[in-house]
Design a protein around this ligand. Structure first.
Ligand code: PLP
Length: 390
């Protein structure tokens, strides 16, 4: 594992941090260490690795790489994004209270309410774009503030520094799910977060070919507690998965540049289309939190949503009729994806609740890939026409 020299830029660290050529062979790429166990020199005397749930060299390089990208000192990898979120919850005790964004990822909401409420944790879901509402939701037993920014699918922006102030005053941890932004665009630890969570499945892997998760912190004690649970619970990724993500992070900066450029152009184009009532993209000046996004992020990301002037079935036709955009859940891969939250990712939310949080039947979410943007525009135009929308 390498210590990266001070001052290297994120583009350089994405490629090199955590990795040195293999000592025995000079192989540049971190090998896939397909080992469950390691020879010991004497009982209890090992060379850094004894059992692969506890530690594996491919995983160690990935963990060091991710820590460097987030500007933290400690990284831990998990078998999925949910595995990493679960590990943060493992740090709490029965009776503790959590304040979370009201539009967190559905799987996070499910874990909190359908798993951890059974273990006597309690949760308040609030609009975390409203710092006062968050402050009001804090109780003496609040131990964790959980936020995502930008949020899914309405791309709201949460002020991480304001959340850190609330968390500090409450002596609670602030965890930020940085999956949508990636460390290339936003580093929550710089704004006062205690721990950053990732679904590596998305932009960090970047090729829709692996499921993984990670936690990064700058706090040694917190990392030790996370590491204890990582090993004790055992939701660790295999070496091949770690290798895939390590390969993905090397191109994160160039991919994100193109994701952002394409999303910016597509958002501006969509805003001009008669079939589109509203575009949700933090890079548009019309976005209510454009200024906050510009301060907190280095660019505005590759996710956008559009409100179509359409019924549920017309919007379904649009998302079914694209050729370049794949109709699929998930996000963050090189290929563009399109989905209809009311019928897919958020279908479990009752219609009245969906309406209340601004999630209409005509809402379409797009993960803008890195294809040529003209092909993306043409594809959407023909899907609108197929649905009779223009
Ligand atoms: N966090 C966010 C913001 C997500 O979008 C997802 C998955 O879609 C997750 C966490 C969970 O990650 P995984 O699917 O890798 O378990």
């Amino acid at each position: 594992m390498s210590e990266e020299p001070d001052g290297e830029r994120i583009e350089t660290r994405a490629i090199h941090a955590g990795q040195v050529p293999d000592e025995a062979t000079g192989a540049l790429m971190t090998p896939i260490y397909a080992n469950s166990t390691y020879e010991q020199d004497a009982p209890g005397e090992h060379r850094g690795y004894e059992y692969s749930r506890t530690g594996n060299p491919t995983r160690s390089d990935l963990e060091a790489n991710l820590a460097s990208l987030e500007g933290g000192s400690y990284g831990r990898a998990f078998a999925s994004g949910m595995g990493s979120i679960n590990t943060v919850l493992n740090l709490l005790s029965a009776g503790d209270h959590v304040v979370a964004s009201d539009d967190v990822y559905g799987g996070t909401h499910r874990l909190f309410t359908q798993v951890y409420e059974e273990y006597d944790l309690s949760f308040s879901f609030v609009d975390t774009t409203d710092s006062e509402a968050v402050r009001d939701a804090v109780r003496p037993e609040t131990e964790l503030l959980w936020v995502e920014t930008p949020t899914n699918p309405l791309l709201r922006i949460v002020d991480i520094a304001a959340m850190a102030e609330v968390a500090d005053a409450a002596e609670a941890l602030l965890a930020v799910d940085n999956t949508f932004a990636t460390p290339y665009l936003q580093r929550p630890l710089e704004h006062g977060a205690d721990v950053v969570s990732h679904s590596l499945t998305k932009y960090l892997g970047g090729h829709s070919d692996v499921v993984g998760g990670a936690l990064v912190t700058d706090d040694e004690d917190l990392d030790e507690r996370i590491g204890f649970h990582q090993n004790a619970v055992g939701a660790t990724p295999g070496p091949f998965d770690c290798f895939l993500v390590l390969r993905g992070t090397k191109t994160l900066p160039v991919r994100m540049e193109r994701h952002c450029e394409n999303a910016r152009r597509l958002a501006a184009w969509l805003a001009e289309q008669p079939a589109v009532e509203r575009v949700y993209y933090p890079g548009l000046e019309s976005h209510p939190q454009h200024d906050l996004a510009a301060r907190q992020m280095d660019d505005f990301g590759g996710m956008l949503s559009v409100e179509l002037d359409a019924t549920l079935s017309e919007a379904s036709t649009v998302v079914s009729e694209t050729d370049v955009f794949m109709l699929a859940e998930s996000l963050g891969g090189v290929e563009s994806l399109i989905e209809q939250p009311a019928a897919m990712t958020h279908a479990a939310i009752p219609p009245e609740e969906r309406e209340a949080i601004g999630l209409s039947d005509g809402l379409v979410r797009i993960s803008v890939g890195i294809e040529h943007v003209a092909d993306l525009e043409r594809d959407l135009q023909s899907a609108f026409a197929a649905a009779g929308l223009q």
